[in-house]
Design a protein around this ligand. Sequence first.
Ligand code: PLP
Length: 419
Amino acid sequence: MRSEELFEESKKYLVGGVNSPVRAMKPYPFFTERGEGCRLYDADGRSYIDYCLAYGPLILGHAYPKVAEAVKAQIEHGSAYGTPTELELNFAKKVMEAVPSAEMVRFVNTGTEATMGAIRLARGYTGKNKIIKFEGAFHGAHDYVLVKAGSGATTHGMPTSAGVPEDTTKNTIIVPFNDESAVENALKDEDTAGIILEPIMGNAGCIMPKDGYLKFLREATADKDVLLIFDEVITGFRLAYGGAQEHYNVAPDITTLGKILGGGLPIGAIAASREIMENMAPLGKVYQAGTFNGNPISMAAGLAAITELEDGRVYKKVNALGERMRRGLEEVATDLGIEARVYGIASMFQMYLTGEDVVDYQTALKADKDLFLSFQQELLKRGVFFPPSQYECNFISYAHGEEEAEKTLEAAEDALRGL
Ligand SMILES: *Cc1c(COP(=O)(O)O)cnc(C)c1O
């Protein structure tokens, strides 16, 4: 197999043969040659219906024509300037119309930079140090948040990374998700600057907030000079045009965005009220900077992508397919007598192979992650690509259709039957 050969060769030059740990599939990952619509095509001429979608960004699918055209048009005029552009102004206006709680934005390059900047901003604004983070939540790969982190950190058995000084993480307070008293207790510490969360935990599978939990967090922080940070890197422009904050009608103080926002190109964003944002340099004393911040290619791709999302037709389609996948997977598992829990919302879903409800990280860890990997491998053989971990989320794009949903559910039934 060509992918296997490429992987053997890659292992000599790239750590573990990959550039990001989640990609290290066993026995070897397939190497992609191209993506088109809802499919990936690999070096061995096989194709896969893609539910990974680059781990979230591609809500329009691969190589969406209007995004591709916007990128081509922009690159002809240069790829980085080191000066402001009208393009980033137009994009900022559009993003600020979409995100209910925000008035100003700083565009950065990744979700990681966005949460790092947001936490620094919360600390700078409040003059306090501690940040409450939920167990199993993933906010990127920087020192403030690599404590009991989900995604590849959990998959590869290092939720708390080596090389992160205790001095850094002593200010990161970990509490279980969906637990009210744990948050109330943590908030007793008057040095708390903020709470950061994924409104839906999309990096430990797909864990839903229980009814009223986001509102509880809003109320618990409102009168305490503690900022509520929604990390909407996954949920932004995914759950709805205005993200989870629109869907649940809860306004955070700071929002981080990424993934879908860039239309498939690298991007991140920190957004908040004018009062909070003006604490950032050059106006304020919280420093944040980047050579590629507001990169014109990412701006052009992002603008083209969210313009497609504005009228809601994309959400109508992907959300209906999401419902279909969640119900279908549940039915398949029930019919086969397999203990499973299926969770999700809109175009996000994950199936946990467990007989117990999953409400937080600890209950997620009880799922049979090895059995899940076998399931994932069997799906791959049948031309369906789920991310290779129980602790990731599946996504649906506008390019997916009824036919693919049906094929996927058939493949899932076949794969589960053989486990
Ligand atoms: C992916 C992700 C990040 C990190 O974004 P990168 O662009 O990979 O740095 C941060 N937060 C959440 C919720 C994510 O899913």
